[in-house]
Structures are given as structure tokens and as C-alpha cells.
Design a protein around this ligand. Structure first.
Ligand code: AKB
Length: 319
């Protein structure tokens, strides 16, 4: 096999996906990349600086590293995208076009591109939202992500590149604290609780959004990446979610473990973004086509997060 390139490897998902893929395919077959010069995050795994807005940089890494598969995670998330829409456009849309074009040119076998529940807008039905529905996002993040889904489908159907992808919900993980999205309150709530600090949540207590634990997201991404193309009725918009969560439900659940944890609610601009997104999404096509079956519910996620964060704080597991 050739190597698997991960772009955006230092982000919330990449920092878990890289070691996960190294376990699966062998560390020597993985190349992590991001815009930073270097990292100590992935001992024993090759790291290359790659800015996805540069076609030349992508072309170079694909040919130098003999890349046969790409997990293209580099992207600007919803909250950062609203602060810097031009950057979001360049990284999310030009970056995806660059990766797909260079992958096609170099004969890369497969490209995985994550999308998001952020593709939906306020006119989308909110409950059990299907894959095909009204899709009129009004954030730059959503606009670039729905366009990326369609680009992936175009490269797949018309240019013969095997492109697959999922619409991710909010992801709960402990390794890299996310700071650029709308669903990040969940991780922030955990870190504040563990550190014995009160938390001022930027979403209202009852704002409901689809979410899942990182291990379920990684397992699902690999499962789709590996699945027989003959079973796939979709390309880049398979939906994933394990549960719908509100800040209030999460706070109450954390308080069962840390009773003196205090949460207050002071919504900011991210509340408007959250209100445009679905409360729950329909994942039945992912289950039917390639066996999506998440195993972490809310309680299991909370227990695992608290255990992992405590162990990471004590230096017992990698942070
Ligand atoms: C964000 O909040 O921007 C992301 C997402 C749901 O796509 N976590």
C-alpha cells in the first residue's frame, strides 16, 4: 500500500485520527500534515508542513510520500469562519478543490472529506433531519462545506476519483481542546469541571444539537473508508450522530460525577449559528449502507471523558 495522508492533523479530529490510523495501518504508512512547521504530537509518525491553499504543496507531498489515500481534515470551523470568512473560503473550498484535483492528477485511490451538520440552515426541518432536504446555509462554514460535498460528488461521479465523506455532528474528545466551532462548549464544559472552575456557557441551556464521542466518529470514518463501494448509495453526505445534547443535559450529567460544578449561561454570536442547525439528524442510510452503529451514549461519553481528562492531567495517558 502507499501512504495515507491526513491534512489538518493537528485539529480536534486529526489529533485522534492520526494515531488511530497508525494502529490500523502501521505508523510507517501514515503521514500527518498541517500548516504548523512541526509537532511533537505524533511520536514515530511522519509529519509534513502542508498548507492546503497551495496546490504545489499538496502535489509535492502526494508525490514525495507516495500517497494512495487522503483524509482531508484541514478546515476552518463555524465560529472562526464567521470571524474570517475569506480565510474559511480559501481553506475550506479552495483547499478541498486543490486536494481533489491533485489527488485525481496523481492517481490517489481514495479521498475522505468530512462535512458537517453546519451545511443546514434555518429553513431546514429541525428534527430527524434527512440527508436530502432544504439546504440553504447562511454561514461561510456551511456554504463552503455543502459546496465541498458537491465537489466530492462531482469528482466521484464524473472524474472517477473515489471520494467519500460524512456530515459530522459536534464531536466530544479530550486530546485537543477545540476552540473554533459552535459545538465546542461540550469539551470546554468538561475541562472546566475537571479543573474545578465554573463555566460560562456561550449557548443557552436548552440548545439541542446532534453530537457523538470521538471513538465512535473515528470508527465510523474508517468503516466508511473501508466499505465496499458497491454498497454506497451516497458519496459525501452520510450523516453521523449518536445523541442529541443540550448544555443543560450535559451539565447535569457532569454534576453526577462532580457535584459542585457550576454552570451559567451567557449566549454570544454562536447561539445564532446553533439555532440554524438541526436538533437531531437521520443516520439510517449510514446504518443501512455501511453499518454505522455508535456505541457511546451520553452517560458513557461523560464517564469516559472524565476518566480520560483526569488521567491526562495526572500524566497517565497522552494529552
Ligand atoms: C463546529 O461547531 O463548527 C463543528 C461542526 C459541528 O461542524 N464542531
Amino acid at each position: 500500500m502507499g501512504t495515507i495522508l491526513v491534512t489538518g492533523a493537528l485539529g480536534q479530529i486529526g489529533s485522534d485520527l492520526v494515531p488511530f490510523l497508525a494502529e490500523e495501518y502501521g505508523a510507517e504508512n501514515i503521514v500527518a500534515s498541517d500548516v504548523k512547521d512541526s509537532t511533537s504530537l505524533f511520536p514515530g509518525i511522519a509529519y509534513r508542513k502542508v498548507d492546503v491553499t497551495s496546490r504545489e504543496a499538496i502535489s509535492r507531498v502526494i508525490s514525495n510520500e507516495k500517497v494512495s489515500g487522503i483524509f482531508h481534515l484541514a478546515g476552518i470551523l463555524s465560529a472562526s469562519g464567521e470571524k474570517n470568512p475569506e480565510l474559511a473560503y480559501r481553506v475550506n473550498l479552495d483547499g478541498t478543490f486543490n486536494v481533489l484535483s491533485e489527488a485525481k492528477k496523481a492517481g490517489v485511490q481514495k479521498v475522505f472529506i468530512p462535512s458537517t451538520i453546519g451545511v443546514f440552515g434555518s429553513s431546514t426541518p429541525k428534527k430527524n433531519t434527512p440527508v436530502e432536504t432544504v439546504i440553504r446555509p447562511s454561514t461561510m462554514y456551511g456554504i463552503t462545506k455543502i459546496a465541498s460535498e458537491l465537489l466530492g460528488e462531482y469528482f466521484s461521479k464524473h472524474l472517477g476519483l473515489d471520494v467519500r465523506g460524512v456530515r459530522l455532528p459536534g464531536i466530544i474528545s479530550y486530546k485537543t481542546e477545540p476552540v473554533a466551532g459552535t459545538t465546542d462548549y461540550s469539551v470546554e464544559m468538561f475541562t472546566h469541571a475537571i479543573d474545578g472552575k465554573p463555566y460560562a456557557c456561550y449557548l443557552k441551556r436548552d440548545t439541542q444539537l446532534p453530537m457523538m464521542y470521538i471513538d465512535d466518529a473515528l470508527g465510523a470514518m474508517l468503516k466508511l473508508y473501508e466499505s465496499d463501494p458497491a454498497n454506497l448509495t451516497r458519496r459525501t453526505d452520510y450523516q453521523l450522530s449518536a445523541y442529541s445534547l443540550t448544555p443543560g443535559i450535559l451539565a447535569d450529567s457532569i454534576m453526577k460525577h462532580i457535584p459542585d460544578f457550576e454552570v451559567t449561561y451567557s449566549p454570544d454570536f454562536r447561539q445564532k449559528i446553533a439555532e440554524m442547525w438541526p436538533e437531531s439528524i437521520d443516520c439510517s442510510l449510514s446504518a443501512a449502507d455501511w453499518g454505522f452503529n455508535p456505541s457511546y451514549g451520553i452517560e458513557e461519553t461523560v464517564e469516559k471523558m472524565i476518566r480520560n481528562l483526569r488521567m491526562a492531567r495526572d500524566g497517565k495517558i497522552a494529552k
